[in-house]
Write a protein that binds this ligand. Sequence first.
Ligand code: CTP
Length: 420
Amino acid sequence: MKNILLCVTGSIACYKALELLRLLQKEGFDIKVLMTDSAKKFVTALSFEAISKHPVYDDLFDYEESSIEHIDLAKWADLIVIAPATANTIAKLANGIADDLLGNVVLATQAPLMLAPAMNQQMYKHITVAENLQKLQNRGYDILATEEGEQACGDVGEGRLLAPEVITSKVVELFAVENKDTPHVVITAGPTIEPIDPVRFISNHSSGKMGYALAKSFKALGAKVTLISGPTNLEIPYGVKGVDVKTANQMHKAVHDTINRADIFISAAAVVDFKAEHSANQKIKKQDQDQSKMHLSLIENKDILKSVSLKDYGEDKRPFCVGFAAETENAEQNALAKIERKNLDLLVLNQVNTKTGYPFYHSNNSVSIYDGTKTLVQIIDDAPKEAIAKELADLIMVKFSCYAQKSARDKEKGANYACN
Ligand code: CTP
């Protein structure tokens, strides 16, 4: 996970920094906020603290014995974003003035700096501001443009803070360039629903949380992510390409539309195994059934994971395939059989508690992870699903990179590798 220090300086556009913080968080970044004294006159530190879940940093002299704040922050940050940046801050930074926490952090860091100016259109046009921005740009700062439009003072012109969405996409782009070799990850998530008639369907308890959390974690690692999801109440993570489906057949088609361009396939969906042989065009009526019994003929759905992991890719690369298993009994034995049957490179086993339903309806989960040689590689016990997703994404990246190197070397398609 990348760390961003968001520095907020005293402009009327300060309130937009709250939205920026929220959007950057949605991208999976860990954000700490630094405020100058004048910024605190526009927005309270409490608002940033509540969203960032970190204290706001504002005092140069507020340090404990074992830590010096500006040095710690300077080292912690992978990127420093100054938004909004006032004419005063820009002038101070251009001249190396370090009379507050921001000035000190900026001098002490080796992280890249991105700066989004915000000021009155006349000030923005002033030669001093233009010279200072040029100076900072020459030093390697990423100076963002401003927006044109109506300003708080009633003037119209250049100098408005760039929209938080645009700043967010610049940050994402910056890390994506850094990670341009990271893979395309295709993830299935949520349940499928299989119609019986226009008002009834077969489905299961899947919430989709794990698949969505994985999509967010891979995005934060800089990967290109496609999330193919059955119906859930969740929002597609920012920057992830979402494809909505309902039935297993639709999910199968969506997966195969994209799988040839995928490097990693993660099958987190709870695909319904059987569907109605004939889904009725009209609502099935009770009185049409014999002796208060109803017989529903079910046929098997395609196994999407198998159709990917066992596909003949010819000269193309086979994606690294990760499956999930939710078992109520003989968990390990069933899981190991699944690795073989489904030709998997990694399997994540959930033990479902028959009484409590755990992990369904719980925010926590416990998983055991096996590789393609059926070796237990990791156990994660009773942790929040988001934390599990982060650990899993890191592990999958490591295993995938080994798999990709080995398959390139051996030119052997479809084999399982033990990558330790
Ligand atoms: N899976 C799939 N398509 C199906 C059924 C399952 O892609 N039609 C995938 C799931 O996404 C999961 C893995 O296969 O990654 C294992 O799913 P699971 O339901 O545990 O196994 P099944 O193959 O359905 O076997 P069983 O229900 O007998 O345990």
